[in-house]
Design a protein around this ligand. Structure first.
Ligand code: PLP
Length: 395
């Protein structure tokens, strides 16, 4: 006897769609379009870091590392955090290495959030956060980052709207600075305001700082854990992907107070056991690169940003100048397409450039005329994309 039909898909999985960003990469391949959609570099990683990975495999670092990360990498993370942020963290009790910032975020949420809890997310947001909230059973509460009146201005949030999002059910706020997709770099004043609300409502801050070294126009990255009163309530997430141009290596980490770290390590262990051991060995080498490496990284990204910003503006888009990270958010309303998805389909199929529809960064409809372009690409790639973009015409 049949027990009747029931869904073979969990309610959680049914609530979100597959990643639009990754889908755009597949579309770009299908149409042979230049991929300014997904944020991965098309230039090589630093030679000494690649060599360190080769040597690690040659010297038989082939078995599981300690589940929360090899001691050498954790020591390197602690040393770099002390040097760059002035924060003392205990590599034995406060650092967990995992498979990218992506695993770090879901592990942090699964370790700290219960179904029914609320998690505050600034919108537009990196699209993983929406799915992460659902997977952890949390209810996301979105707070708008509004585009500036002038495209060279800063994206802003309304403090009153942020305050209204906090309540007795708020367990955490997710903060991404420098921000994907807007390029916003949160200021000390904004972070202090967030600190005051976290303290008042006894909430955690889960901060994604994966673009910490990609900064423009003199903006400074302030790690929220360094704001007075925040170290004990902040889970700091970072990784190798963007800083060392190795998005495919899947090495990231979390820094959190010992009680939170214990919970995170348990979740991480049962999710993935650990990140690739030889790549952790190479990570320790990467994190010990001299300061000049980071200066070059930022300078190279500045010229890429300016190249794409100029090209987008010449093509007639409103292109918001990012202060950090490697994306440019644009407004394409002037082109009279039905919506952002319609615009991007035309861009990929007819112009030969892939980008990401803005709506994939929003829960609301606010992104329906926005499109995100990534510029983590060689100058030649950006030049070729720029030439194609000049063929864009309004409908
Ligand atoms: C804000 C943000 N966090 C995390 C990630 C992914 O990081 P990882 O490669 O370390 O998983 C990305 C990648 O685009 C990102 O933009």
């Amino acid at each position: 006897m049949s027990i009747g039909t029931r869904s073979r898909i969990s309610a959680k999985a049914a609530q979100f769609t597959e990643s639009v960003i990754r889908e755009m990469t597949r579309e770009a391949l299908r149409h042979n379009a230049i991929n300014l959609a997904q944020g991965f570099p098309d230039f090589p990683a630093p030679a000494e870091v690649k060599l360190a990975a080769q040597e690690a495999i040659a010297s038989d670092i082939n078995q599981y590392a300690i589940t929360w990360g090899s001691r050498d990498l954790r020591n390197a993370i602690a040393a770099k955090t002390a040097e760059w942020q002035g924060l003392t963290v205990d590599p034995e009790r406060e650092i967990t290495v995992c498979c990218g910032a992506t695993e770090a975020m879901i592990a942090a949420l699964l370790a700290t959030v219960d179904p029914g809890d609320e998690v505050i997310v600034f919108e537009p947001f990196y699209e993983n956060y929406g799915a992460d909230a659902i997977l952890s059973g949390a209810t996301p509460r979105y707070v708008s980052l509004r585009p500036p009146e002038h495209p060279d201005g800063d994206w802003q949030f309304d403090p009153a709207e942020l305050r209204a999002a906090f309540n007795a059910h708020t367990r955490a706020i997710i903060l991404n600075t420098p921000n994907n997709p807007t390029g916003k770099v949160f200021t000390p004043t904004e972070l202090e305001l967030i600190r005051d609300l976290c303290v008042e409502f006894d909430a955690l801050a889960i901060t994604d700082e994966i673009y910490e070294h990609i900064l423009y126009d003199g903006s400074r990255h302030i790690s929220p854990a360094t704001i007075e009163g925040m170290a004990d309530r902040t889970i700091t997430i970072n990784g190798m992907s963007k800083t060392y141009s190795v998005t495919g290596w899947r090495v990231g980490w979390l820094i959190a107070p010992p009680d939170l770290t214990s919970a995170i390590r348990k979740v991480h262990d049962f999710l993935t056991v650990g990140a690739a051991a030889p790549l952790q060995a190479a990570g320790a080498v990467a994190l010990r690169l001299p300061e000049s490496y980071y200066q070059h990284l930022s300078a190279d990204y500045l010229s890429r940003r300016d190249q794409l910003l100029n090209a987008l503006r010449e093509a007639g888009l409103i292109a918001y100048r990012p202060r950090g990270a490697y994306y440019i958010m644009t407004d394409v309303a002037a082109f009279n397409f039905k919506d952002d998805v319609d615009f991007v389909r035309h861009l990929i199929a007819d112009i030969g450039v892939a980008a990401v529809p803005g709506s994939s960064f929003y829960n609301s409809t606010l992104g329906s005329q926005q499109v995100r372009f990534a510029f983590c690409k060689r100058a030649e790639t950006l030049t070729a994309a720029s030439e194609r973009l000049q063929r864009l015409r309004p409908r």
